[in-house]
Design a protein around this ligand. Structure first.
Ligand code: PMT
Length: 222
């Protein structure tokens, strides 16, 4: 059955999706980041639009073209992503957090380019705000929070701990070391967990196809 059959599944609903990495400045020319390309989040945004939703896409720096019809908010750092998400949270029905947010940022951002004068350079990092945790704390009845988890080991345990701690309704876990899954590539393989454990496992497939399946499933949970 074509995904077109679900074009009214999310009509009248607003979905906020975060996508891509965040980048954390070290000095005017350097930053800390991760390998997220935004493909998973952008595929979700495009599937949610096809299902009739209003979509707010909060995106870190990526080289993808945003899907037509999404309201796009471009951010760089975790703090900017936090501000963008929190300022829209009261008006959304579903939050899907596919972004790979930097957990830490440099304590100090140098105002000038650091010169190459020593053999070692230690950078002190401090914790970034946890966006999903804040959204989970503020969640109101009827709102759905779906997190993602990028893990390299103990997938189920770590994913379920995040679900509990951040008051998520569901968490989509990917083993980023698995062939065909994770950062940057066009495919992914995930397991979806709820409070009572595994709900479903999706084998390796294109992120676009996976996004359609996840959006259909989310629509059925409302
Ligand atoms: O962008 P792609 O190249 O297509 O790759 C897709 C992906 C692998 C990035 C994606 O599928 C994915 O797994 N995204 C979540 C990555 C991640 O950083 O997970 P985490 O386990 O560190 O965080 C758990 C959840 O909390 C995530 O929903 C994350 O958005 C959120 N979080 C984390 C830290 C923080 N400070 N704020 C947050 O909101």
């Amino acid at each position: 059955q074509s995904f077109f059959a679900h074009k009214h599944l999310l009509s009248g609903k607003t979905v906020l999706i975060t996508a891509g990495p965040t980048i954390e400045a070290i000095d005017p020319v350097r930053y800390l980041s991760n390998h997220s390309s935004g493909k998973m989040g952008y595929a979700l945004a495009s599937a949610a639009l096809s299902a009739g939703a209003k979509v707010i896409l909060v995106s870190g720096p990526v080289s993808l073209t945003p899907p037509n019809g999404a309201e796009i908010i471009q951010v760089k750092s975790a703090q900017e992503m936090y501000d963008a998400v929190l300022s829209h949270i009261d008006n959304v029905d579903i939050v899907m957090k596919a972004a790979a947010v930097s957990d830490y940022r440099p304590k100090e951002v140098l105002s000038q380019k650091r010169k190459k004068h020593s053999d070692n350079w230690e950078i002190e990092l401090i914790k970034n705000p946890d966006i999903a945790y804040e959204v989970g704390k503020r969640k109101r009845a009827g709102q759905l929070l779906i997190g993602f988890a990028a893990e390299t080991e103990n997938i189920e345990r770590y994913a379920r701990e995040k679900l509990e701690k951040k008051n998520m309704d569901f968490i989509v876990a990917n083993n980023v070391l698995q062939e065909g899954a994770g950062f940057s590539i066009d495919t992914n393989a995930v397991s979806v967990y709820g409070k009572d454990g595994l709900i479903s496992a999706y084998p390796v497939m294109p992120k676009r196809t996976l996004a359609e399946k996840l959006i259909k499933w989310v629509g059925e949970q409302l």
